[in-house]
Write a protein that binds this ligand. Structure first.
Ligand code: ADP
Ligand code: MG
Length: 246
């Protein structure tokens, strides 16, 4: 028996016969600015699903524990059910988006070291930036888990930066979600896709043309589908050659 457990902005979670396994369906719906802007991106569900599977497989091969079990359809994956830690972990390599708005850093400036930030995953509050002490006071994670999130995020950043560089894509920043499995182990969950990353095409210098992620939708830059398709193509080709050991 399967039933709808949760419908979010980009995905629907279903239960399966196994209480420890959930089915994730990636939707074509797109939202931005805390769902104030809504639309659809043609075939986004399939593209984000394929991209997430490829990147999670790559990360697993590097020793990062993830919730991915297997892909079950073009736009569906089976995952280990976890208790999501309500923190959005953001890693930034280059200044963009809210970091520029809040600090005055110029968009595109390279940060001297990867910046790991924690945001409260709470739509009603607008996902505010947390401090370490706020996070502990709210009991969103323990000190030990916080350390693990920080280390995992930095390690994931290393591996993803390397992977995207081989696709001639610059990984500007991205958002991760983690969860705890039945044993209390921290697993990388949710998705990694052009919805959740800023990706710049290294073969394009123009600051608008180089955008390959959801900023095309947010900022009405057009050619959203083409950009997602390009990311999918390059990621799958790269994973293919990595698997062959080329
Ligand atoms: P949202 O609108 O909250 O971002 P999404 O549309 O992204 O939601 O749907 C996915 C939801 O499922 C998210 O709330 C995410 O935290 C949660 N989730 C992701 N992976 C898992 C998992 N393995 N177990 C349980 N919940 C998960
Ligand atoms: Mg989400």
């Amino acid at each position: 028996m399967t039933e709808k457990l949760y419908e979010g902005k980009a995905k629907i979670l279903y239960t399966t016969d196994d209480p420890d396994i959930l089915l994730t369906h990636f939707k074509d719906d797109a939202t931005a600015f805390n769902a104030q802007k809504r639309g659809t991106i043609v075939e986004k569900g399939k593209m984000n699903c394929q991209i997430t599977v490829a990147l999670f497989q790559w990360l697993e091969s590097k020793g990062i524990p993830t919730h991915l079990i297997k892909q079950s359809a073009d736009d569906k994956i089976l995952v280990k059910r976890v208790k999501i830690i309500p923190i959005e972990v953001v890693v930034r390599n280059i200044a963009a988006g809210s970091l520029c708005r809040q600090t005055g850093l110029e968009e595109g400036s390279k940060l001297p070291f990867p910046l790991v930030e924690f945001y409260f995953k709470n739509d009603e509050l607008g996902d505010p930036l947390l401090t370490r002490d706020r996070l502990l006071i709210l009991e969103l994670a323990t000190e030990e888990q916080l350390k693990q999130l920080q280390n995992l995020a930095l390690s994931i950043n290393q591996h993803l930066q390397e992977f995207f560089a081989s696709c001639q894509i610059t990984l500007v920043d991205f958002k991760l979600e983690f969860g705890l499995d039945k044993q209390g182990k921290v697993l990388l969950a949710d998705e990694i896709s052009p919805d959740t990353c800023r990706l710049w095409d290294q073969t394009e210098k123009d600051p608008q043309k180089r955008v390959m992620d959801k900023d095309r939708f947010r900022r009405d830059l057009g050619k959203v589908e083409t950009a997602y398709q390009q990311v999918q193509k390059r990621v799958l080709e790269q994973l293919g050659s990595a698997k062959k050991g080329l």
